[in-house]
Design a protein around this ligand. Sequence first.
Ligand code: URA
Length: 340
Amino acid sequence: MGRSEANDRARLLLARYLGQLAERGEREIYVSEEAARALREGLGAGCSAAAAVAGADAPAPSAEAPSRRERGAALKEGLRAVSSDGANGSTKARPAAVEAAAGEKEEPPAGSVTQTKQPKEPPTADRPEPEIVDVTLAFTTAGAAPDMFSGASPLETCKSMSDLEKIASTCESCELAGGRNSVVFGVGNASARLMFIGEAPGRDEDLQGIPFVGKAGQLLNKILDAAGIERDDVYIANIIKCRPPNNRTPLTSEIEACILYLAKQVEFIKPKIICTLGLPATQTLLGIRESMGSMRGKLYRSRDLRVIPTYHPAAALRDPKYKRPIWDDFLLIKREYERE
Ligand code: URA
């Protein structure tokens, strides 16, 4: 089989697979950008990518050649299932989202989601503006809560990220120091425009010393990928730097003991947008004690910094109902990110 024939066949298999999912009643099928491009442009690489991202059992490629009719039908179904280039018809590649049954254009939700019976949504361009809430952030060293930083602390005189990381690496400010393998300081672009702030390191993070490398991190990677945001371009940290026992929620005393590291990280990085992941990070940053459901979906503005809260990716791993709101929040993040 020649290369172009093989590509064609792989594309067909992917299209057929999407068609089968559509027949099974899947209303949305999310595939990687690579797979979407393969469908649109005829490259074969997307077949396995689509199966991987869809997280479903891809049918084993059959050896027998499909009939012409079958090819046509499968391609039509599969391509109908893959939104092409978004609402504005731009040629910029976008991750594919699929509204298979309805044949609608749709944005891609997080990672491997499939959901049924979602309401129709307007394309990104028509989305209503989010509610904008002006806040005074309680955690920045630059502004709002000087009393937090009034005590004598070596951190106050610390002038660089690397100095900060050095100080953090020997931190004994709370009892979590006794149980850690690593101080999980943060990772990414030290002058990122976009920063993600999670809760606390888990087991994998504690072992590797890098935030968001476990299952939740892998889902975060997929969401970033689907949103077209490079993980290497952003900065990722947590509100506390050491793993709590059994991954329990950080105590207020632990957050208080650790928050100055995060404040300094924000001061050095100077992000334009911060996305808080989950309740403890959102409540800590915003200084608001409300539920995630009421805090997310809004854009919080503190001077020229915008904070966009969303559910923690781990919530979506536990319950797929969180994938849609997380994706919606990522669309907002992406939009703000592109405005910068
Ligand atoms: N969850 C978090 O909040 N942070 C991590 O680094 C990993 C999982």
